[in-house]
Design a protein around this ligand. Structure first.
Ligand code: SF4
Length: 341
């Protein structure tokens, strides 16, 4: 029943009879879709979500990564974090700061590989200065599109400076808008600081990326409320990240979020936001399970590393990143077109 309603709404959207902002499903529909259980229903959901993605996004974007620094002032550290120095024996373990030369060398290899977009992320404690430095280094040697992510650690002055230096997207993930869950897994941060930064990014007319970390104790109702909150914020990109336990962290024994759960969340997000960039980072779904994300309607695959990337990049969520050649193969195997030069 619900699938025929989605299909007729999609037709109405294509005919210009309903507004894009409205999406294809209501809050109640979204919750009902989160509760589907059978493979048959999941496949119907993936089929319509992929059709919507293909209509608005004929090519699958690929985003590479440069990690600027893993030194993070947040204390206590987020309970799932394996990125910051010293948090996990699987992660970076020791502290690093990529200098401008290392960033430029990485970026040159990324651009040479045909990838057109790079994400630069940094731990907290710099008020945004480290990602400004990275942005300047990337733009000085390449034409790559740049996303920066330094969470809530951004002042308004830095947001303006990022804009003046040609930033394409700023990412500030809320992870979950269930404040109790947020405070429990991110005891060193506050949700309101992250919301404030999202509003600052929108205030200055910069593309906002803000995503969900799923499988950390939030309910389906929380995910639906979160997605509608992002609708109000006016996001242009939503990363869907599945929780993946890192060794030695306080959450190492928690259950990994399944690929099917991530794909379902991506598909429901696609029906709510038909034309935006929906991102699946390779480490959080697992590079070998990427096709689930694509079947769910993802339009951007992130943390993709070309062969000659000079830095040893670890993923966030899990240390395993996606190799460019393999990612391109997986995209093509589904009959999709990778956006690559
Ligand atoms: S998840 Fe990000 S903000 Fe939290 S401790 Fe790790 S690096 Fe810092």
């Amino acid at each position: 029943m619900i699938f025929s309603k989605v299909k007729s709404n999609f037709q109405a959207l294509k005919d210009g009879k309903i507004d894009l902002e409205q999406g294809l499903i209501s809050k109640e529909d979204a919750l009902a879709l989160f509760n589907i259980r059978t493979w048959d229903e999941c496949l119907k959901l993936f089929s319509i979500a992929s059709e919507v993605r293909d209509f608005f996004k004929p090519e699958i974007e690929i985003t590479s990564t440069v990690h600027v620094t893993n030194v993070c002032s947040v204390s206590p550290k987020c309970k799932y974090c394996g990125f910051a120095a010293g948090t996990s024996s699987e992660g970076y373990v020791t502290a690093f700061k990529s200098d401008d030369d290392q960033i430029k060398k990485s970026v040159l290899e990324i651009e040479k590989s045909g990838i057109e977009r790079v994400s630069c992320s940094s731990g907290h404690g710099y008020g945004g200065k480290e990602v400004i430095r990275a942005l300047k280094a990337v733009k000085s040697v390449s034409n790559l599109e740049v996303l920066v992510n330094t969470g809530a650690d951004l002042t308004e002055k830095c947001v303006i400076e990022l804009k003046e230096n040609g930033i394409d997207t700023i990412c500030c993930n809320l992870e979950t808008i269930n404040e109790e869950v947020f405070n429990s897994v991110k005891p060193g941060e506050s949700l309101s600081d992250r919301i404030l930064v999202c509003n600052l990014i929108k205030k200055h007319g910069i593309e906002l990326s803000s995503g969900l970390l799923i499988g950390i104790g939030e309910s389906y109702e929380d995910r639906v409320d979160h997605l509608f909150f992002l609708k109000k914020l006016g996001v242009e990109e939503i990363p869907i990240m599945g929780f993946n336990p890192y060794k030695n962290t306080p959450m190492e024994d928690c259950k990994k979020c399944s690929a099917i759960e991530q794909a379902k969340t991506i598909a429901i997000t696609r029906l709510l936001f038909p034309n935006i960039r929906i991102t699946s980072p390779t480490p959080t779904i697992g590079p070998e399970l990427l096709q689930f994300a694509l079947l769910g309607g993802a339009s951007n695959i992130a943390t993709v590393i070309p062969k000659n990337h000079p830095l040893n990049v670890m993923g966030v969520g899990s240390p395993k990143t996606g190799n460019l050649i393999e990612v391109v193969c997986l995209i093509k195997e589904l009959g999709l077109k990778p956006k690559i030069k």
